[in-house]
Design a protein around this ligand. Structure first.
Ligand code: A2P
Length: 274
């Protein structure tokens, strides 16, 4: 199966299909090093969020690398307590300031905060039109959240970033998003590292001399899912992008799809309380 290393979003933005996630990466040296190592290893997408509290380090890592800003796709996210029209505009400026950037490539509403996300989205649309976010989208939105948002939205979100891994394959939601031309991006794509000893994944990996992590990343890529594995270790950061020299068979993909248990490691968007 061949695919480009990038994907075109509905608005024409080009997003790398594989990036570095930095949830739980500490600001300062850890964030700076991880980002710099990733860019050195060939990553061109970095995914952070205001609530991760490492936007300063992420920006510093970007500036420390030799990769020009325009070649890097930077995502950040609006935190829940900042939702609302005016507060979104303010929070976005703060994120840009912390990152030390004059635009981001993608700005996401982090969670579907009830009675707020429509007002937030109006601000997101304004930010998009100003050119300071090259694309906008949502995270943790289910079908009904998207349908509700679309009753007032002028711009359809370009991305929905959701928890997605072999133990939570999200097939119905992925189908819904595909029909709406909303790109699917996976958070905790490795199941927070908790599924890396799964025998099926390990066995599949042996055929290709790859680790379970690499098999999972390849499964995301071959399933048209944008994937942002997190690691703070240089060897793993390198390992996680070394996935373009092998191909899973349809049978492998089927076997991995069957690992689905609808098991979440993070919060359920129907029940979150933060
Ligand atoms: P660490 O940051 O210590 O390397 P996810 O992206 O699903 O949230 O998973 C991230 C978790 O998986 C982190 O705990 C990370 O640990 C670990 N991890 C990332 N890449 C690998 C890998 N190639 N092998 C083993 N563990 C990994």
């Amino acid at each position: 199966m061949t695919f480009e290393k990038t994907k075109k979003l509905a608005n024409g933005s080009i997003i790398p299909r594989l990036g570095l996630g930095v949830w739980q990466v500490k600001d300062g040296e850890e964030a700076v090093d991880s980002v710099k190592w990733a860019l050195d290893a060939g990553y061109r997408l970095i995914d952070t969020a205001a609530v991760y509290k490492n936007e300063v380090g992420v920006g510093e890592g970007i500036r420390k690398s030799d990769v020009p800003r325009e070649e890097i796709f930077v995502t950040t996210k609006l935190w829940n307590t900042d939702q609302g029209y005016e507060t979104t505009l303010k929070a976005f400026d703060e994120s840009l300031n912390k990152l030390g950037l004059d635009y981001v490539d993608l700005y996401l509403i982090h969670w579907p905060v009830k009675d707020k996300y429509k007002d937030s989205w109006r601000a997101m649309e304004e930010i998009y039109r100003s050119g300071r976010a090259k694309a906008i989208g949502v995270s943790n939105f289910h079908e009904h959240h998207i349908d509700d948002l679309l009753t007032t939205a002028e711009i359809v979100p370009m991305v929905d970033q959701i928890e997605l891994h072999p133990a939570l394959t999200q097939e119905p939601l992925r189908k819904f998003l595909a029909e709406k031309n909303i790109a699917v991006e996976a958070w905790s794509p490795l199941g927070q590292g908790k599924i890396l000893e799964n025998a099926t994944l390990v066995e599949i990996g042996k055929k290709y001399n790859k680790t379970a992590a690499q098999v999972i990343i390849r499964w995301h890529l071959q399933s048209d899912i944008i994937v942002i594995p997190k690691s703070v270790h240089q060897d793993r950061i390198k390992q996680n992008i070394d996935v373009f020299d092998f191909e899973l068979t349809e049978e492998d993909i089927k076997q991995i799809n069957q690992l689905n248990k609808n098991e979440r490691f993070g919060s359920n968007p129907e029940k979150f309380d933060f």
